[in-house]
Design a protein around this ligand. Structure first.
Ligand code: NAD
Ligand code: GLY
Length: 397
């Protein structure tokens, strides 16, 4: 779902700018014609949020949606920054957690916003991780047939992936993200200060989506992450901002070429076909985070590529070693104790929404930095790979 825009940012690659603190603020543009928008990456950015919204707001009022955990850490500062700029803020605080991406919460949110006198020219601010970003983005897509929203992502995963590219959705009992819309934000402000309160495990899980960009299309970025990955996860400012900006640039380029995932955008699903099946197998109870499942999935995607003779075994080994060294999961630990077998995992993969005409689309690789999509993988090979992987864990290899 897309909407016409009132004011249009220039359609050119912008230069990095100086922030008030003297540090470089990185600017990434998502070039989508009339719906082009910017991703700002840096620190201390939310302090100047009012000025940054000036070109977007038609009246000095915003409706901010967040969740309770993020609100406890960051809402007062964001509200203060907006009010200091003369912008009235009404904040709605939802429960934290994946369960909030539901029809019930979507309905409550939409009705609450309408009762507050929402107008078509109003702006929604999504302050939170992927859960809030996806829910608020979808509400913005359907409220009054489409209103504008701005993403203020507070997790590493959201800063490098979910806040960029316009995929919005809620979950239904039949599966995750099955009800949604494409609706691009007007602006994304990725302030690395917000990540200071993020638990280390969440940083690691978000890192899986960072290294994904290196693995799928940018060997030099992967090489850089071999040296700097630990600093990114530790939240060291320079490394973190560079990783976020480079990830956003990679995603922006793909989205600009293929907004609706008719082709190239599917590369962003590297590791996700395996990952989604693992998440479904384990359940969404916090034992396996999305990024952790993607980490295992990327290892398996490279192992499958090596098994099929598409890429050198050494490449697959390098991927696994990188993930292991940074503390991301690659093994079948959580599944080893269960009775789940390779055939059942394969059946879960065949239920993924990326299946087309009954065939699973895999993102495979010829090398690190050279991924491609294939709908032509023999399911027996996948089952054999999963069988070996489960067996290795059960044998403690
Ligand atoms: P999340 O929003 O649930 O955040 C993860 C956890 O971190 C939560 O417990 C949250 O309360 C907490 N948190 C968030 N920000 C914090 C902060 N600054 N300090 C302390 N704690 C904080 O989950 P997520 O990992 O950000 O996103 C996962 C969601 O994103 C899933 O629903 C997934 O489907 C979706 N997703 C969407 C896209 C897309 O393109 N739209 C891409 C990838 C993932
Ligand atoms: N997270 C995958 C995509 O945005 O296409």
């Amino acid at each position: 779902m897309t909407t016409a825009r009132r004011s249009r940012p220039p359609n050119r690659e912008p230069a990095d700018a100086e922030t008030g603190s003297g540090e470089a603020e990185r600017i990434v543009e998502v070039a989508l014609g009339a719906r082009t928008y910017r991703i700002l990456v840096g620190r201390g950015l939310l302090a100047g949020l009012g000025a940054r919204l000036a070109g977007i707001l038609t009246r000095p009022r915003v409706l901010l949606v967040t969740e309770e955990r993020v609100a406890a850490y960051h809402l007062p500062a964001v509200e203060h920054a907006l009010r200091a700029a003369g912008i009235a803020v009404e904040s709605l605080i939802l429960p934290a957690g994946e369960e909030t991406k539901s029809f019930a919460h979507l309905e409550d949110l939409c009705r609450d916003l309408i009762r507050r006198g929402l107008e078509r020219s109003d702006l929604l601010l999504a302050l939170g991780g992927g859960v809030i970003g996806d829910l608020v983005g979808f509400a913005a897509a359907i409220l009054l047939r489409g209103i504008d929203f701005v993403q203020l992502p507070t997790t590493l995963l959201a800063q490098v992936d979910s806040s960029v590219g316009g995929k919005t959705a809620i979950d239904v009992p039949e599966g995750k993200n099955l009800v949604g819309a494409f609706h691009q934000p007007r602006l994304v402000v990725a302030d690395s200060d917000l990540l200071r309160t993020l638990p280390r495990r969440e940083m690691r899980a978000g890192y899986a989506e960072v290294v994904k960009y290196g693995l799928l299309g940018d060997r030099a970025f992967f090489d850089w992450l071999q040296a700097e990955g630990a600093a990114v996860i530790a939240g060291e400012a320079a490394a973190l901002q560079q990783a976020v900006a480079r990830s956003c640039r990679a995603k922006a380029a793909i989205v600009a070429e293929d907004e609706r995932e008719a082709g190239k955008r599917a590369l962003l699903n590297l590791g996700h076909t395996f990952g989604h099946a693992l998440e479904a197998a384990v359940g969404y109870d916090g034992r396996l985070l999305h990024g952790e499942a993607v980490s295992i999935g990327m290892r398996l995607a490279f192992d499958l590529s090596a098994r099929l003779g598409l890429c050198a075994a050494g490449e697959a080994r390098l991927v696994r070693e990188h993930l292991d060294r940074l503390g991301l999961p690659t093994g079948a630990g959580l599944l080893a104790e269960s009775a789940l077998n390779a055939r059942q995992l394969l059946a879960l993969m065949q239920r993924d929404k990326k299946v087309a005409a009954g065939r699973i689309n895999f993102v495979l690789a010829r090398a690190i930095g050279d991924a491609f999509v294939s709908g032509d993988v023999d399911p027996a090979e996948v089952e054999a790979l999963l069988d070996d992987w489960l067996r290795a864990e059960r044998l403690g290899l």
